[in-house]
Design a protein around this ligand. Structure first.
Ligand code: DQA
Length: 147
């Protein structure tokens, strides 16, 4: 039987992880986080697919493409979290579990980060655990998929 696919989406500026504000986001790169998520997925018999873009519309298209093909979505939208209603609408049309993921805890930061337009259409949010969040998000997906 083929493994259910978990789509991990990375939004704007996450390609700069490793050197970008390490005091906030740590020194691990996006590739490191993807490797963490992939290892967790393998433990649960899930396949992990990753897509990064700095362009909002490309993430929207990736979400469209997940319908009927992916069992769940884990998304760290970066700053798109706080204003990209197109991501909200695209995710609202996805049938499976959706985990909103952040390295930092936006609720404990600047006022403008306390709004998430993704949260209302997410099954749940994992934030503030740094790179461990990538494993926790995949573990949450596995639980939600009954694995
Ligand atoms: C982030 C939090 C966002 O507020 C910020 O714009 C990011 C990263 C995080 O993972 O902590 O780019 O999503």
């Amino acid at each position: 039987m083929t493994a259910p696919v978990v789509l991990l989406l990375s939004g704007v500026n996450l390609d700069r992880l490793g050197t970008r504000q390490p005091e906030v986001y740590g020194t691990a790169t996006l590739d490191d986080h993807v490797a963490t998520a992939r290892a967790a997925a393998e433990v649960h018999g899930l396949a992990l697919e990753h897509f990064h873009s700095n362009a909002e519309h490309r993430l929207v298209e990736a979400i469209h493409g997940a319908t009927g093909r992916c069992a769940a979505i884990v998304i760290n939208p970066g700053a798109f979290t706080h204003y990209a209603w197109s991501l909200h609408d695209a995710l609202a049309a996805f049938a499976g579990p959706i985990i909103e993921l952040h390295l930092s805890n936006p609720a404990a930061r600047e006022e403008w980060r306390r709004v998430s337009v993704v949260a209302p259409v997410a099954t749940g949010t994992i934030a503030g655990f740094g790179g461990d969040g990538y494993r926790l998000a995949v573990d949450a997906v596995a639980t939600l998929l009954g694995r």
